[in-house]
Design a protein around this ligand. Structure first.
Ligand code: ADP
Length: 251
């Protein structure tokens, strides 16, 4: 059974003079323990795809499934519980609560699930330690660097060990070394705990840790196995472009 399955999913948006097919008949699966990297140019529909996978947006057609169950069948209350319990969502902008220490920002989902403050802080401390912030537990967001704030957001997403991790450019604000560490952490979380992960990224390092690489163009998905020689040209193009961008950004 797949952790995440999209079956012929379509999402339209109304543009100024025409409909934009942001996601256009996409089918994909993410298995337990599998990390899938999703590359693609800006405007290809990557963020929309993640919002659909997280059940934040509803598809206009097709079906989104978690552990074999269609999300369309869930009531609003069940959907909110699913999002909090089963999905770890990492956005590019960390959206931390200002004035709240890192450890409590990271503990939010546990506190929402009525775990005691002491226990929630202990768990969050473990995850902050895993993202390299064990020495910053009491720091408020204003006293953290951009990269540190992003790592708090990653700890916040993983703190209750969700079965599905969805990440939109999780390494976008990190230097290449910290980015590599975060990717390795996400991969190890998937493999150790059987979580599935779908990772929207431009980071060429993601292809190294991913089990599969998908490429989205104009709302449509193409695929290849990471490391296989028979890459369709779209996948090869995207990875080559991402690698070239990363190389040109190096000092
Ligand atoms: P990506 O994440 O790959 O850059 P997006 O999913 O953000 O792509 O966007 C895909 C397409 O859908 C783009 O043409 C974008 O302008 C359009 N789009 C995304 N969100 C909305 C929205 N809320 N309203 C209208 N158009 C949108």
């Amino acid at each position: 059974m797949s952790r995440l399955e999209l079956r012929k999913v379509v999402k339209h948006y109304r543009g100024s003079d025409e409909m934009v097919r942001a996601v256009d008949d996409v089918s994909l699966r993410v298995a337990p323990g599998e990390l899938v990297a999703l590359y693609g140019p800006s405007g290809a529909g990557k963020s929309t795809l993640l919002l659909l996978a997280a059940a934040i947006e509803r598809p206009d057609a097709g079906d989104v499934r978690f552990d074999g169950r269609s999300l369309a069948a869930l009531s609003p209350g069940e959907l909110a519980l699913h999002q909090r319990r089963n999905v770890g969502f990492v956005t590019q902008d960390p959206h931390l609560l200002p004035g709240v220490p890192a450890v409590e920002n990271a503990a939010l989902k546990l506190l929402a699930d009525r775990v005691s403050l002491r226990e929630a802080r202990r768990h969050a401390g473990v995850w902050l330690d895993r993202v390299g912030l064990g020495h910053r537990l009491g720091h408020e967001p204003a006293r953290l660097s951009g990269g540190e704030r992003q790592r708090v957001a990653i700890a916040r997403a993983l703190v209750n060990e969700p079965a599905l991790v969805l990440a939109d450019e999780p390494t976008g604000n990190l230097d290449s070394r910290a980015g590599g560490e975060v990717l390795a952490l996400l991969a190890s979380v998937c493999r150790e705990r059987g979580a599935g992960a779908l990772l929207v990224t431009h980071d060429p390092q993601a292809a190294d840790v991913a089990d599969r690489v998908l490429v989205l163009r104009d709302g449509r998905v193409g695929a290849r196995d990471a490391g296989s020689a028979d890459a369709p040209s779209a996948a090869a193009d995207a990875q080559a472009a991402a690698a070239a961008t990363a190389r040109s950004a190096l000092p």
